[in-house]
Design a protein around this ligand. Structure first.
Ligand SMILES: [Zn+2]
Length: 362
């Protein structure tokens, strides 16, 4: 049975890397390479179009649409091309991929203004529905950045989002295979920093990538993500890597609820899962540092949809998590109006403005 009326994964990478040659160039054996080697190599690789596997999984798991994200070494152009060819299947968010590549290749150093300018130009094409994955950052930097400096780096991009009435994504969480530092993306270790952006830009919807759980089983970042979502109207949480039990607290919190949750699984990232039956959680996403790199396409949708079977919420709430919230925030075209329960004071964008009340009996 299909799990929801209209299923959208809001965090999908349709691009993948063939890392063999880069490993060979660096004289690394694939079987001995660490996740850190992979993270370094990825930045210099050219991604290929992995949409045939994505289409296979979309059919397999009845996923109607995906929001495509660029990540390290991926291009906006490939995602744009997929959106052009399959407008009923994909939308895409964009990031300043050229600015960072130029800095990495020894050209113009990265600046927040240059990144914001690149994003401004991309959003001006009308082909992208938001900014992500995460906020643009200088990943050539090798020294600690302060909270004040990092927040100042993010504001030019927030200004661009405001100008285009667009959506931004801020990254959170860790996967454990390689260390995440305070050098360029410190907010990923501090979801509560997003509070300042939420208050300064109340008109800009902000999605917290992974909602604190990208990998590992600590709930510390998840708790911070919940706090920011509960105390700001413009914060939304990607939940695809949450294990089932994590949904309960967000769903019963009167300041969060299904209207602030969106299913986003990091499809394509191939983060492996670890299972530990009889313990809590019984399984979760994590890279295990002593194990070999994962070579197959990890089945994240199968895992995540099974977690949703543990939920005791209404189907209308599940429909919001699986697609309704995404349709509202990313302004997606859905097959019919009134598929999702109305949320808050606003009408859904696909609504026609007429007041229509469902008939009730006695
Ligand atoms: Zn991702």
């Amino acid at each position: 049975m299909k799990m929801g009326r209209f299923i959208v994964d809001t965090h999908v990478h349709a691009q993948r890397f063939a890392a063999g040659k880069a490993f060979k160039d660096k004289k690394l054996e694939t079987d001995k390479a660490s996740y850190n080697d992979l993270a370094q190599a990825i930045r210099g690789l050219v991604a290929y179009d992995n949409s045939p596997r994505l289409f296979y999984d979309m059919e397999c798991y009845d996923v109607d649409m995906c929001v495509l994200l660029p990540a390290f070494g991926m291009s906006n152009e490939m995602n744009e091309d997929l959106v052009d060819r399959y407008p009923d299947k994909f939308v895409a968010v964009c990031s300043a991929m050229k600015t960072i590549k130029e800095a990495r290749d020894g050209g113009e150093p990265w600046t927040p203004e240059a990144a914001a300018k690149e994003i401004d130009e991309l959003l001006s094409t009308g082909k992208f529905v938001g900014i992500g994955e995460g906020m643009p950052a200088d990943n050539t930097r090798r020294t600690t950045i302060s909270q004040t400096e990092r927040m100042d780096q993010m504001r030019p991009t927030m200004d661009v989002a405001r100008k285009h009435k667009s959506v931004v994504q801020v990254h959170s969480g860790v996967v454990m295979g390689y260390p995440l530092t305070h050098h360029h993306w410190p907010e990923t270790l501090h979801p509560m920093w997003v509070s300042d952006l939420a208050v300064e830009y109340p008109d800009v919807p902000i999605v917290i990538n992974h909602a604190g759980i990208q990998g590992w089983w600590s709930e510390r970042f998840y708790e911070e993500a919940l706090l920011v979502a509960a105390s700001n109207d413009n914060i939304y949480l990607e939940t695809g890597l949450w294990w089932g039990e994590l949904y309960h607290k967000a769903l019963i919190d009167p300041n969060i609820g299904a209207e602030k949750l969106m299913w986003g699984c990091d499809w394509g990232a191939s983060i492996p899962f670890h299972s530990q039956p009889g313990n809590y959680p019984s399984s979760y996403a994590v890279q295990i540092r002593s194990k070999k790199l994962v070579k197959h396409q990890v089945d994240v949708w199968g895992w995540s949809l099974k977690q949703l079977l543990k939920l005791e919420c209404t189907q209308d709430d599940l429909n919001l998590i699986l697609g309704g919230t995404a349709a509202r925030i990313y302004k997606l075209t859905v097959p019919h109006s009134r598929l999702f329960r109305p949320v808050g004071k606003e009408l859904n964008p696909q609504e026609d403005g007429r007041i229509e009340v469902a008939p009730t009996c006695c």
